[in-house]
Write a protein that binds this ligand. Structure first.
Ligand code: AHM
Ligand code: MG
Length: 333
C-alpha cells in the first residue's frame, strides 16, 4: 500500500534539522479541511449547497453559497491547532487573526477555499489553493503587511482538486507530489510521486473571448499556436479552457501545457484576473518545482514584491520552453 500524505510529510520532515512537527500538524489540519470541502462539493444539490449566496466579496464578485461554506470550513479546521499566527482568504476583506482562545503558531496561510467557483453549479472540477509563509521573526500579532512576502518565501504551496477523483498536490520546495483521496479509507495516498512538467508542449489554455483585449506579444503567440504548422510553428496545437485554474494546472502537471491569464485592457484598473497571494504564487511555486516556468510576461511571478492582499497579476505558466517563448515575445515588443 502506498504512503499516506501525513506519513510522507513526517518522513520528509525527519531530514530537516530542528523541525518541530508544527508543519506536519498544519498540513494535517489542511488535509482535514480539504476532506470536508470534498464532501460538501461532492454532495452538491443533495445538501442544498449549490447556487448564489446573494452577496459579494471584497473584489465585487458574486459569492456562491459554497464560496462562503468552504471558507468557513477552511478557517474552522485551521484556527485551533496552534500552528498559525493569521490567515488570509480570497473571500475575506482583511486578514483573520487567530482567535485569542487558541494558541498562536509561527505560520501564515493564504488560501482560496474554492477556486473556479463559476464551475460549481455545472458540476465541473473546482479546487482549493493554499500558500504557507512564515510569520516574520518576533511578530505575534501579524498585520496584512506581514503577509507581503514574495512567492520565493513560501514554505509550502498546494492545491486540492475536486474532480472525478479528489487529489492534493503539494510542494515544500523539494519537488511536487500528488496524493489521491481514498474515500473508503478516508485518507490521501501518494499516487503521483515526483510530478514533472515536460519542457515542450502542443497544448495551450487561454480564455479566447478576451483576445481583443490582449497585448501584442500574447496576440502573436496565440495566433501562431492557432496557425500551427501553417504559420511557421513546427507543430499543430490543441486548446483547452476549463475556467478552473486548479484543473488547468493539474492537466499541465500531468501532460504538459501552457496556461495564460495575461494582462488585458478589459478593465484597466486590474493588472490581470488572478490573485497573486492565493492563486499565482502557490501555483508558480508548484509549477517551478515541477520543472516548469511562471511569469507575468515581464517578470518571474515569485519575485514580485506584493503590495496588497488582493493584488492581481498576469499569469503565464507551464512548460518551460513555451513560457520562455512568450516572455521572449514580451522582450521583443
Ligand atoms: P475565482 O477565484 O473567482 O473562481 O476566479 C478564478 C478562476 C480561475 O480558476 C480560472 O482560471 C479563471 O477564473 C477563469 O476565468 P474566466 O471565467 O474569465 O475564463
Ligand atoms: Mg480563485
Amino acid at each position: 500500500m502506498s504512503k499516506s500524505l501525513i506519513q510522507f510529510i513526517i518522513e520528509e520532515q525527519r531530514h530537516i534539522p530542528g523541525a518541530t512537527g508544527d508543519f506536519t500538524g498544519l498540513l494535517s489540519d489542511i488535509v482535514s479541511a480539504c476532506k470536508q470541502i470534498a464532501h460538501d462539493v461532492n454532495k452538491g444539490a443533495l445538501i442544498g449547497v449549490l447556487g448564489s449566496a446573494g452577496s459579494e466579496n471584497v473584489q465585487g464578485e458574486t459569492q456562491k453559497k459554497l464560496d462562503i461554506i468552504t471558507n468557513e470550513v477552511f478557517i474552522k479546521a485551521n484556527e485551533w491547532g496552534g500552528h498559525l499566527a493569521a490567515m488570509a482568504s480570497e473571500e475575506m476583506d482583511d486578514i483573520l487573526p487567530i482567535p485569542a482562545k487558541y494558541p498562536k503558531g509561527k505560520y501564515l496561510i493564504c488560501f482560496d477555499p474554492l477556486d473556479g467557483s463559476s464551475n460549481i453549479d455545472v458540476n465541473i472540477s473546482v479546487g482549493t489553493i493554499f500558500s504557507i509563509l512564515r510569520a516574520p521573526e518576533g511578530v505575534e500579532n501579524p498585520t496584512a503587511a506581514d503577509f507581503m512576502q514574495p512567492g520565493t518565501k513560501q514554505v509550502c504551496a498546494g492545491y486540492a482538486l475536486y474532480g472525478p477523483a479528489t487529489m492534493i498536490v503539494l510542494t515544500s520546495g523539494h519537488g511536487v507530489n500528488g496524493f489521491t483521496l481514498d474515500r473508503d479509507v478516508g485518507d490521501f495516498f501518494l499516487t503521483h510521486p515526483k510530478m514533472t512538467i515536460p519542457a515542450d508542449t502542443a497544448e495551450f489554455a487561454i480564455n479566447m473571448s478576451n483576445q481583443r483585449y490582449w497585448e501584442k506579444p500574447v496576440q502573436r503567440y496565440v495566433e501562431e499556436c492557432v496557425k500551427g504548422k501553417d504559420g511557421g510553428r513546427e507543430k499543430n496545437f490543441n486548446m483547452r479552457w476549463v475556467a478552473s485554474m486548479v484543473a488547468e494546472v493539474h492537466r499541465i502537471l500531468t501532460r504538459g501545457g501552457i496556461f495564460m491569464y495575461p494582462f488585458d485592457t478589459k478593465d484597466p484598473a486590474k493588472a490581470g484576473k488572478l490573485r497573486l497571494m492565493y492563486e499565482a504564487n502557490p501555483m508558480s511555486f508548484i509549477v517551478e518545482q515541477a520543472g516548469g516556468a511562471s511569469s507575468t510576461g515581464r517578470e518571474r511571478i515569485m519575485d514580485i514584491q506584493p503590495s496588497g492582499l488582493h493584488q492581481r497579476v498576469p499569469v503565464i505558466l507551464g512548460s518551460k520552453n513555451e513560457v520562455e517563448r512568450v516572455v521572449g515575445y514580451h522582450k521583443n515588443a
